[in-house]
Design a protein around this ligand. Sequence first.
Ligand code: GLU
Length: 305
Amino acid sequence: MSFVCRFAPSPNGPLHLGHAFSALVNHRAAEVAGGRFQLRLEDVDTVRCKPEHEQAILRDLDWLECPPSAPPTRQSDRFGVYEAALARLEEEGLIYPAFESRAEISRAVIAREMAGNWPRDPDGVPIFPFRRQEISDAERARRREAGEPHVMRLDMARAVARVGTIYWQEAQGNPLGRPIPVTADPLGWGDVVLARKDAPASYHLAVVLDDAAEGISHVIRGKDLFQATSIHRLLQELLGLPAPVFHHHRLILDIDGRKLSKSSGARSLATFRTTGATPDDIRRLIHLPPRGGKAEPDTAETQTS
Ligand code: GLU
């Protein structure tokens, strides 16, 4: 099997140290395995994603000396593929249009929480508070025909019943470590969105279709996505896609112990660069050995945590 991994940022803002870590770990794994390192621009959100951020990502990767093996792919080029997958899932009765606005969802969650406990998904977000059965399929079809804005949601209970128990292989300790099976547990996510109001995909749908199309053998990404892998494995089974090996690496945290994020204003790699930092300074900050050092990804990854 040939080794192919990827770095998949959204071009909706500048990269920070957390991105640098993920890109460098992926790049190094491909180097050690003699495989390929791809760049995928996750630009399903065509409003927030901008060409200038794409340019900045390529520049940052060059500067860090972890350029991709080929030109980047873009999710916005693949809407037709996502539409076809949605059509297939819909034909099988596994997804449905949902019309509830954010405000309606939030009101319903508050009402349910007042009445007792309302479950939250593994990310801590309350699960979707309505049931598919509350509105008939005919009524949903009518509202869709009438052009009412909607998302497409996965009927989680039905999807899980369809595939039964599923697993993924998680590489231990480093991206090339020995994989062990992990049982997927997607039920706790509730009826997740598979297509946004404004695009024929959500992150979850696009990522599994792209990983399959690009022949990704190893999905190497942050631990914050560990639980989401259950959704991805479920979709891979439903759509007949191959299951890559997964590795969820440590996260780069800020001084308060929180994951770095664009929205909380993490210092960008470009800012580090323009204020005189070198690529080796960046590696030091994220506890990776200097470029040209002997360490393999395992030592690189397990040095600190
Ligand atoms: N676009 C996702 C992110 O930036 C990457 C997800 C993935 O690697 O699967 O978090």
